[in-house]
Design a binder for this molecule. Structure first.
Ligand SMILES: Cc1cc2nc3c(=O)[nH]c(=O)nc-3n(C[C@H](O)[C@H](O)[C@H](O)COP(=O)(O)O)c2cc1C
Length: 171
């Protein structure tokens, strides 16, 4: 399952590319966070969570409003009060494999920050174990850079390989 937030469409493109990369390993659900709302227990073979970097971190109610003020028309712009932070506050403790990603500006992560760090932290705190380092996919002026969707797809194929090569008993 891939759960994501997206205000201008970049993280959605990445999430869909990740979904495409995972389809050869089984059924994949790619859900905007609003559609994952109310899902308390997460019991999946792999949970991938991603969102845009806002103010060096995961989005907040304030930053999402700023995105909407800037003309965001992505899938999460319709309900900016509910984002990944709120979703993590609602879900129960889990136990399976997981991975975190973000989108951010194409510059040093020291300058931009990375939402995936906060996402990874929350995944661990909820009992999931990360099977890969948090990954960033790069944007410029709220447009995904060329080749980033292809890179997301191959990142996901790598995640799928890790899952199928890990015995179910230690997942
Ligand atoms: C309010 C706001 C704050 C932002 N702050 C940052 C930031 O600190 N670092 C960064 O790399 N990008 C920042 N950005 C750019 C976003 O990362 C970019 O809009 C996002 O990756 C696009 O993804 P989306 O189309 O899925 O919303 C910010 C964007 C907005 C709207």
């Amino acid at each position: 399952m891939v759960v994501y937030e997206s205000y201008f469409g970049c993280t959605q493109q990445v999430a869909e590319a990740i979904g495409a990369g995972l389809t050869c390993y089984g059924t994949v659900h790619v859900l905007p966070v609003a559609q994952a709302r109310g899902m308390r227990a997460i019991d999946v073979d792999l949970l991938v969570v991603g969102g845009p970097t806002h103010a060096h971190a995961m989005t907040s109610a304030h930053s999402r409003e700023s995105a909407v003020d800037r003309g965001a028309d992505g899938v999460s712009a319709e309900a900016p009060a509910y984002g990944l932070r709120e979703w993590f506050d609602e879900i129960e403790q889990g136990a399976g494999p997981a991975a975190a990603f973000d989108t951010r500006i194409d510059a040093s992560a020291l300058m931009t920050g990375r939402a995936s760090k906060g996402i990874a932290h929350r995944l661990r705190r909820h009992g999931f174990h990360l099977v890969a380092e948090p990954e960033s996919f790069l944007v410029s002026h709220d447009t995904l850079l060329p080749d980033e969707a292809a890179r997301a797809r191959s990142w996901a194929e790598g995640l799928g390989r890790i899952i199928v090569q890990t015995p179910a008993s230690v997942r």
